[in-house]
Design a protein around this ligand. Structure first.
Ligand SMILES: *Cc1c(COP(=O)(O)O)cnc(C)c1O
Length: 412
């Protein structure tokens, strides 16, 4: 990208964008929630649609001049409904967290009981964490994972649900490497008479291509981000098959939680959803999953302990404390020295504080977008192993060169 107008107007910001562009080119990106969008998505998001106010929904706006943004938002909605095979979709949430705020508020009043996966077991802040609206506005309880297997124990979730009697159960995670059974969550929700919210922020791309079970038919409400495996602009979405709930969700999001929608982002969502409906995208997600399996297998071969001993999706969690006697923070920092970006992550029964933690989370979605195949991830695991065990700075330099070469391998 040229950014020539920014260069003319604001050299300070221009220089930093160029530095970030170079960083994204020269680094191996393993943050499981990130991805690289197409130029078409970038252009839509950078378009003049940012000038338009459009409070309300297509055909029912509080402002004039909405005839074109109405059509764009309708296209986004229709494509999204087709993608997930649902009857109602809202494409206005500014983020995944906003989507969850509106979804929870649509079925819960203040101080109702909610039950979600705990943050340290792999859940998200908005599933009831004490510092989030979800933990302060509601009475939030949590379920975790089995400390031996790292897996969700559905019998345990049922036991907790029967005990705390939630109005809403939230399933879905940010750092869970295995498949989630929405069917089992639905049985638990039915047993205790709770609504079920499936937050598929991480695995949405796998769901729409058939590489993960869909929550449609099980969850009352489905939320997601659009910028993770769906490979769209930063943002959120809310889906349902229930007409009454759909009306409530629309009202709760606007005017309940947000003002004017970001029509430039909605246009970028529409473009991304078109891409997501393609055969190319299905092949891409297939490769993401193959790559993740190959990556996990190589780490296991090298002697690393993986949480749940492997992966079913686009991410894996390594217990670096057991494997190398280092903290997640130390591992993250060491990898950063050779241009590998990832994040420390708590593991089940973590003895370290969250800012240190005992694990790292690695995802394959972003580098698969750059063209990485299984053999690239196998080689990457081998280099990462050497880097993590490396004791002298000189060797690190040589690994850094190798990583930059790898990062450039498929660049145009
Ligand atoms: C990323 C994520 C979100 C929130 O997304 P933001 O756009 O950062 O607000 C919500 N739920 C889950 C499970 C996530 O992984």
């Amino acid at each position: 990208m040229k950014y020539s107008e920014i260069k003319k107007e604001d050299i300070e910001v221009y220089k930093l964008i160029k530095k970030e562009e170079k960083r994204q080119k020269d680094n191996i990106e393993l943050i499981a929630s990130e991805n690289f969008v197409s130029d078409a998505v970038l252009q839509a998001q950078g378009s003049i649609l940012t000038n338009k106010y459009a409070e309300g929904y297509p055909g029912k706006r509080y402002y004039g001049g909405c005839e074109y943004v109405d059509q764009i938002e309708t296209i986004a909605i229709e494509r999204l409904k087709k993608l997930f095979n649902v009857n109602y979709a809202n494409v206005q949430p500014h983020s995944g967290s906003q989507a969850n705020m509106a979804a929870i508020r649509s079925v819960c009043n203040h101080n109702d009981v909610i039950l979600g996966m705990s943050l340290d077991a792999g859940g998200h802040l908005t599933h009831g964490y004490k510092l989030s609206f979800s933990g302060t506005d509601y009475i939030a309880y949590s379920y975790g994972v089995n400390s031996e297997t790292g897996l969700i124990d559905y019998d345990e979730v049922l036991r907790i649900a029967r005990e705390v009697k939630p109005k809403l159960i939230i399933c879905g995670a940010s750092a869970y490497p295995r498949a989630i059974s929405f069917k089992k969550f639905k049985e638990i929700a039915d047993d205790v008479g709770a609504y079920l919210l499936a937050d598929v922020a991480h695995i949405a791309g796998l769901i729409v291509t058939g590489y993960h079970e869909s929550p449609v038919g099980y969850a009352d409400i489905i939320t997601s981000t659009t910028h993770k495996t769906l490979r769209g602009p930063r943002g959120g979405i809310i889906l349902t098959n229930n007409e009454e709930l759909a009306k409530k969700i629309n009202k709760t999001l606007f005017p309940g939680c947000q003002g004017g929608p970001l029509e430039h982002v909605i246009a970028a969502k529409a473009v991304a959803f078109k891409e997501d409906l393609s055969e190319d995208f299905k092949n891409y997600i297939h490769q993401v999953v193959l790559n993740c399996k190959a990556f996990a297998e190589e780490f296991k071969k090298l002697g690393y302990k993986l949480i749940t001993n492997g992966t079913d999706n686009h991410l894996l969690l390594i217990d670096v404390k057991t494997s190398l006697n280092m903290t997640g923070k130390q591992a993250e920092d060491k990898l950063a020295l050779v241009n590998i970006t990832c994040n420390k992550n708590s593991i089940p029964n973590d003895t370290e504080k969250p800012m240190q933690s005992s694990g790292i989370r690695l995802g394959t979605a972003a580098m698969t977008s750059k063209g990485f195949k299984e053999e690239d991830f196998v080689l990457l695991a081998q280099i990462m192993d050497k880097v993590l065990k490396c004791q002298n700075k000189k060797d690190l330099k040589q690994y850094k060169r190798a990583i930059i070469n790898m990062a450039h391998k498929y660049c145009k």
